[in-house]
Design a protein around this ligand. Structure first.
Ligand code: PGA
Length: 253
């Protein structure tokens, strides 16, 4: 079984001082643990500061987004190559907030994945349906369509470096997490899809993590589902105690 992955997506939150303080607290509470891969994904501008803060600890550095081109006239963007040069090891792509607010489509997300793999950065690919899509019984067609298009250029050797984050859009930031069985149903379908596409070995080595209102309370049951290999945590990643509880639940799952 693959190691659990708990990634904190700070989104566009925290002042410089708060980012420093949160990093320091997380390092002191989590630096002893080795059972779980813990990744912090701060806003771009805090990457050097978090890099310094986690140095020597087991915590890893992630980013929230990247641009597929290595350089050029893309005002405001940051490339996968630049992230690599800052020693970023993971990068979230295809988050629903980017899909919705910045019009990112699967083809663009697929190019980001290619760029990240090329740079040796591990992508965290977000997929998930909206409430309307769920109500219309389209959950699996939406999720499988996103997987197929976003992973279009990915080989069986590469796929296990990707973490697929199932994030039902209706559960993000709403305090209304999917119930664990609901999440597990989709996670097991994602596993089947990966098996059919890339073979059993690659599919089993690929982490499928859940995101959407994960907190210290719902994490234990969620992380005990057969096909849930971790969590992508938004709001609760800004709270040391909550985040610590989630990491502990992952270590015990
Ligand atoms: P949330 O966010 O934990 O605040 O719901 C999760 C995410 O957007 O990755």
């Amino acid at each position: 079984m693959s190691r659990m992955l708990i990634a904190g997506n700070w989104k566009m939150n925290l002042t410089r001082e708060e980012a420093l303080s949160l990093t320091g607290k997380l390092v002191s509470t989590l630096s002893e643990q080795r059972a779980v891969d813990v990744v912090l994904c701060p806003p771009f501008c805090y990457i050097p500061l978090v890099f310094q803060g986690i140095k020597g600890s087991t915590i890893r550095l992630g980013a929230q987004n990247c641009h597929p081109e290595p350089r050029g006239a893309f005002t405001g963007e940051v490339s996968a190559a630049m992230l690599e040069s800052m020693e970023v090891q993971f990068c979230i792509v295809g988050h629903s907030e980017r899909r919705q607010n910045f019009g990112e489509d699967d083809a663009f997300i697929a190019r980001k994945i290619d760029a990240l793999l090329e740079e040796g950065i591990w992508p965290i690919l977000c997929v998930g349906e909206t409430l309307e899509e769920r109500k219309a019984d389209k959950t699996w067609s939406v999720v499988s369509g996103q997987l197929k298009s976003c992973l279009e250029h990915v080989s069986a050797e590469e796929v296990s470096r990707i973490a697929v984050a199932y994030e039902p859009v209706w559960a993000i930031g709403t305090g209304e997490s999917a119930i664990p069985q609901q999440a597990e149903e989709i996670h097991s379908k994602i596993r089947e899809y990966l098996k059919e596409t890339y073979g059993t070995g690659s599919a089993e080595a690929t982490r499928i993590i859940y995101g959407g209102s994960v907190d210290g309370e719902n994490a234990p049951e969620m992380l005990n589902q057969a096909n849930i290999n971790g969590a992508l945590v938004g709001g609760a990643s800004l709270d040391v105690e909550e985040f610590e509880k989630i990491v502990k639940a992952a270590a015990e799952a």
